[in-house]
Design a protein around this ligand. Sequence first.
Ligand SMILES: O=c1ccn([C@@H]2O[C@H](COP(=O)(O)OP(=O)(O)O[C@H]3OC[C@@H](O)[C@H](O)[C@H]3O)[C@@H](O)[C@H]2O)c(=O)[nH]1
Length: 216
Amino acid sequence: MLGLAKRVKARFLLASTSEVYGSPEEHPQNEEYWGHVNCVGPRACYDEGKRVAETLTYSYARQDNVDVRVARIFNTFGPRMNCNDGRVVSNFILQALRDEDITIYGNGSATRSFQYVHDLVDGLIALMGSDCTEPVNLGNPQEFSIKEFADMVIGLVNEQKDQPSTSKVMYLPAVTDDPQRRKPDISRAKERLRWEPRVSVRGGLQETSGGLRDYS
Ligand SMILES: O=c1ccn([C@@H]2O[C@H](COP(=O)(O)OP(=O)(O)O[C@H]3OC[C@@H](O)[C@H](O)[C@H]3O)[C@@H](O)[C@H]2O)c(=O)[nH]1
């Protein structure tokens, strides 16, 4: 793709990820942070794959003047997301809708920041229209522990169901190398793109769980 962008002189967008920060030792994470990744761990293929994608992108930018934009995308959700993607948002909503146990990996103290898909799309459009060639975090800085998030999802689903959900929280073994904290510093996006998230996590979850009802 980078070779193609070079040939046709296209602006190139890399959809990178917060995973490039690995299990961060700095909090929140800004774009200057180099990350903390176990290169031989079970998550390494994804983390290192995305990191080398960034490396190649900036190599083409330096050597061949390819016009690049790099978005580091934090956990994103929204209507019509794949209900089987295994991520926490779809898992918890479906489990609550189906009265199944809510599966928390570890003790529920790990944190994540969730962004609604419309905000992400606005951010990507703003990035592509900007002169910002450095990596930019796109995420919602509102941070939840996974236990807090489980409680919020159960509460929201209960508002939508005829009968309250009977789901209980079940604690399963922690996932190896699961990052314990993750929250974007979005100063650069605010300053350079004039962008920040507008949809609350709660509002976005209401839209998403409405859509996932068809799969319950
Ligand atoms: O059923 C579940 C699913 C997940 N989790 C936990 O919830 C947290 C979030 O896990 P997710 O699988 O949703 O995803 P992550 O936040 O780790 O990464 C995600 O967001 C950033 C993107 O760049 C990645 O591509 C995406 O996988 C983790 O601590 C995970 O262990 C549960 O406790 N239970």
